[in-house]
Design a protein around this ligand. Structure first.
Ligand code: ZN
Length: 298
């Protein structure tokens, strides 16, 4: 597959040739716009979901085959639940559940999700889940804490999300992120705290506009930051917005429920379900759900 330089919706893995450091940079445009415009959440929620999509995309490189990475935020505050997932094939989706009355535009993360937790699940046949308390001002800081605490891995991250005004009703969103990781000492790699600190200082100079600027190709941005250490860039991976729901999957979930619950969902003899991720609508007749005709007369 051929990718244009500076094209949207892709992740580029990279390695510093003269330091035990690797990283990933991702920029999402059409994919994140499609997802956020489907939901039309308040900006504060859309912003956080944008960050979660960036995080899911970055971590999706850790699963293989049919693998899926799921990023979840849960709290008892105004934001009740938020999920973003990414498949190893580059399909993204997400949604949030929140108390709309309690959401304010510039709400800090600890007010939006007091005592919140961040859960990350990697599943490609082998399932792994790690959970950390949500802290800091955004998911970028939370993910640094996650890797330090649950993976004993030194990692630095920088995420940026911005909405562009658009003349049509659909807004253009941009979400981007970069992480660098101090590679663990293994055969052929030796950790180097001095180089890690130096790379950290270079990383710290990265700005939101640089990260988001489509006129600045990822390769050029990486070279600008790390040229002294030699940057090796790997094949980019493309992302797009795509839900995995289907009538069969939802029917399967309904079939697993007790008859009493299925009956409670019946309206005019049918069960109507909307996918929370993509708003696709599915309808089932009582007969499709294995409910006897007589049962529907309640
Ligand atoms: Zn769906």
């Amino acid at each position: 597959m051929v990718f244009g330089r500076g094209m949207s919706d892709q992740l580029t893995p990279f390695l510093l040739e003269n330091a035990p450091i690797r990283g990933r940079i991702v920029r999402l445009h059409d994919a994140v716009s499609e997802i956020l415009n489907t939901h039309r959440y308040p900006d504060r929620i859309a912003h956080l979901l944008g960050e979660a999509l960036v995080l899911a995309a970055i971590l999706s490189a850790n699963v293989k085959g049919e693998g899926i990475v799921t990023v979840q935020v849960q709290s008892k505050g105004p934001l009740k639940y938020l999920v973003a997932d990414a498949t190893a094939k580059g399909h993204l989706r997400g949604y949030a559940d929140f108390d709309a009355e309690a959401i304010e535009d510039e709400m800090p993360l600890d007010a939006l999700c007091p005592a919140g937790v961040l859960a990350i699940t990697l599943d490609d046949g082998q399932r792994y889940q790690g959970i950390v308390e949500l802290q800091g001002t955004g998911l970028s800081e939370a993910i640094e804490a996650y890797f330090t605490q649950s993976q004993q891995l030194e990692l630095k991250s920088h995420f940026a999300v911005v909405a562009k005004a658009n003349e049509s009703s659909a807004r253009k969103w941009q979400a981007a992120g970069m992480v660098i990781e101090h590679m663990p000492s293994t055969e052929g790699v030796t950790q180097d705290p001095a180089l890690w600190e130096e790379a950290g200082m270079l990383f710290h100079t990265l700005t939101d506009p640089e990260l988001l600027d489509t006129g600045l190709p990822m390769d050029d941005l990486l070279y600008r930051l790390f040229h002294e250490h030699g940057v090796r860039v790997y094949e980019p991976q493309a992302f797009k917005a795509r839900c995995r729901c289907s009538k069969e999957r939802i029917e399967g979930a309904l079939q697993g429920m007790p008859d009493a619950d299925k009956l409670a969902m019946l309206e005019d003899g049918n069960v109507e379900i909307d996918c929370q991720f993509c708003h696709a609508h599915y309808g089932f007749t009582a007969a499709e759900l294995g409910l006897a005709a007589g049962d529907t007369s309640h």
